[in-house]
Ligand binder design. Structure first.
Ligand code: PYC
Length: 431
């Protein structure tokens, strides 16, 4: 796509995002001085070089890397709601690369690397905290999978190892590691680089940085159709009017099949809700992220002191994002199996996000049979942590027309060819 690469950010009016000092923060708190808007509103242009559908972290990251790495700035990001209102605002913000397949490990490791420098790259504090990640094993089968993952991780140069109950206890003193527990803990996969990030800061940081390069972010702009002529994309129909574009990228979660259907591209994806919840804040006592696949629960403590919990996906396909009492009851029971002393904690909120599950639990990234129509979908329960590397590689694919090695295995054609990349064994949650 050489024609798109002639501009660079500076030539296209790159607007340095405002930097605020501690003094500015106090002054703004005490006066009504207006903040500089982090991203601007624009009229819809009739034509963009690239239209990205979905204003979550994947869409915004793709726009940012198109501009920052490839000088492609005539880009629109469309969201039918507000940015970050889909899966990006409805996850548990766990970052890790302790996957099962070499393809998965390499891919998510690049994401961890990008998260490590993201605050500096975007000049926005995304609060990435590498506090370590534990995946507990309560039976021989899961211990075997943890050993398998540890070996694959080590071969790929990733810091992961299987540790025993005593080490687990020293990392998480409040956890019941005794043999008297209902599901005794036999060991765990310990992954020190894993951690958590502030999810909305990642959305806002990418949005602000992409806007600074001249990317247009259009909120409340729903895509209602995709124009395809002779198997080539021509543009999109939206609730705000038509846009002509030779490159359209589906970066949605939850609606990925509906959007791809508009281009006539069928996706092997089923959509399930995944619920999560957060408690009132308490004094910091839990540093490590803790996951138990057997008990279907994961828990971390944010820097504000809240405990963030999640469980398995709901056992039925649905686009509903409502929380349920059934989920909260099950979740509470499972959390207390691990940490009985949390019994008196009060839950503040619960939410649900949509997970697009593929048959092999790996994403679908790359070109499609419709020329100019790209997909970055099918993230299941792994989407948030992949956003930086997904944005970087999708941008490289669009700009260079070369498939980056990191995503070569995740193409749509693998389902027809039988080249699946089975990543279910790395899931934190039951499916
Ligand atoms: O893969 O780490 C994970 C995860 C946690 C919650 C959903 N997915």
């Amino acid at each position: 796509m050489k024609g798109l690469r002639s501009r660079n950010g500076a030539a296209n009016g790159y607007r340095k995002p405002a930097r605020y000092s501690a003094f500015d923060l106090v002054r703004h708190g005490l006066t009504s001085a207006p903040w500089q808007r982090a991203w601007r509103s624009h009229d819809l242009r009739p034509t963009y070089d690239v239209v990205i559908i979905g204003g979550g972290v994947h869409g915004l990251a793709t726009a940012y890397y198109l501009a920052a790495n490839h000088g492609i700035t005539n880009v629109a990001v469309l969201d039918k709601g507000y940015i970050g209102s889909g899966g990006s605002g409805r996850n548990t913000a766990i970052i890790r690369s302790n996957y099962l397949t070499p393809e998965g490990v390499r891919f998510y490791d690049r994401s961890v690397q990008l998260y490590t420098t993201l605050a500096a790259d975007l000049n926005y504090n995304v609060m990435f905290s590498q506090r370590g990640h534990l995946t507990l094993a309560h039976n021989d089968g899961s211990l075997r999978t943890m050993r398998w993952r540890a070996e694959v991780n080590k071969l790929e140069g990733i810091d992961s190892e299987v540790i025993g109950p005593d080490e687990i206890k020293s990392l998480v003193p409040y956890m019941d590691t005794s043999s008297a527990a209902r599901y005794p803990i036999l060991g765990a996969l310990y992954h020190p680089p894993g951690g958590i990030v502030r999810h909305d800061a990642v959305v806002w940081g990418y949005a602000r940085a992409a806007d600074a390069y001249g990317v247009h972010i259009h909120q409340n702009t729903e895509v209602t159709g995709i124009d395809v002529v002779s198997e080539r994309v021509q543009g999109v129909q939206t609730s705000q009017g038509r846009i002509a574009a030779r490159t359209v990228v589906n970066c949605t979660a939850g609606w990925s099949t509906l959007i791809s259907d508009m281009a006539g591209v069928a996706m092997p994806v089923s959509t399930f809700p995944l619920q999560a919840a957060v408690t009132e804040p308490v004094r910091p006592f839990l540093r490590t992220v803790v996951v138990s696949g057997t008990l279907h629960v994961y828990v971390s403590q944010t820097d504000r002191g809240e405990l963030v919990f999640g469980a398995s996906v709901d056992p039925f396909t649905s686009y509903s994002m409502r929380g349920s009492l059934d989920f909260i009851e099950g979740l509470a029971g499972h959390v207390l199996e691990l940490m009985p002393s949390l019994a008196k904690l009060r839950l503040l909120r619960q939410w649900s996000g949509l997970c697009d599950m593929t048959p092999d639990y790996s994403p679908i990234m790359g070109t499609t049979p419709v020329e100019g129509f790209y997909v970055d979908v099918g993230w299941g329960t792994y989407g948030f942590k992949a956003a930086p590397v997904a944005g970087e590689t999708m941008a490289a694919l669009i700009a260079t027309q070369q498939v980056p090695q990191l995503i070569a295995a995740f193409d749509l054609a693998r389902f027809a060819d039988g080249r699946l990349v089975g990543e279910k064994g790395a899931a934190s949650v039951g499916h």
